[in-house]
Design a protein around this ligand. Structure first.
Ligand code: VGL
Ligand code: ZN
Length: 198
């Protein structure tokens, strides 16, 4: 069964010192680099937003970071400005081995829609192209690592299960944002949906 390692959003802005820092985000680098040799297919994802992106709190009047707003596709958290296309914050975290990647998926370029999942935009219908690529490569099982466990990793894992993959999330090679209990909720939601937690 062909296995792919999907390394989610291991970027400067999600690591300590970054715009949307995830606690301990940089602690996963050693584990992620070490795992790469065990997988025949390796994919990196990159959160990649235009400056006018609607998920940025500062693109809304009087909105605080980490507050929420209603979008046509559902409730959206308004984040601090992060991973702006081409910025230093959007670059892969220094120390991450990116040479082994077969493919890099960039997501979140549409200013109107956020994109947590590596497979679909948050409208749950616009595809990133990752599923087609993995199918071409004969991939049946996915191992997910990266940032953040309770957002992009979770949404990618849930979509992966929906698309028919066997999905494992390696908790020790992932870190979460934990917004209002979102970390515990994410672990329960993933488990209940058939995601394997390791
Ligand atoms: C992410 C919030 C906003 C993530 C991306 O990678 O989990 N979270 N954009
Ligand atoms: Zn983002």
């Amino acid at each position: 069964m062909t296995q792919a390692l999907i390394m989610i959003d291991i970027q400067n802005d999600f690591c300590p010192g970054g715009a949307l820092a995830v606690e301990g985000g940089d602690e996963i680098l050693g584990a992620v680099n070490a795992m790469q040799n065990d997988f025949p297919v390796r994919v990196l994802t990159q959160d990649w937003h235009p400056s006018n992106h609607s998920s940025f709190a500062d693109n809304h009047d009087d909105a605080d970071p980490y507050s929420t707003t209603e979008m046509p596709y559902g409730t959206q958290v308004l984040w601090p400005r992060h991973c702006v296309i081409g910025s230093a914050g959007s670059a892969f975290k220094t120390g991450l081995n990116t040479d082994t990647a077969d493919m890099i998926v960039r997501k979140g370029y549409n200013p109107e829609i956020d994109s947590y999942s590596a497979f679909f935009e948050n409208d749950h219908s616009t595809q990133t192209g990752l599923h087609g690529y993995l199918q071409e490569r004969g991939v049946k099982a996915l191992t997910l690592v990266g940032l953040a466990t309770d957002f992009c990793v979770k949404f990618s894992a849930l979509d992966g299960v929906k698309l028919g993959y066997t999905v494992t999330v390696i908790e020790s090679a992932s870190r979460g944002i934990d917004l209002g209990g979102s970390m515990e909720a994410a672990l329960i939601e993933m488990k209940d949906s058939g995601v394997l937690l390791a």
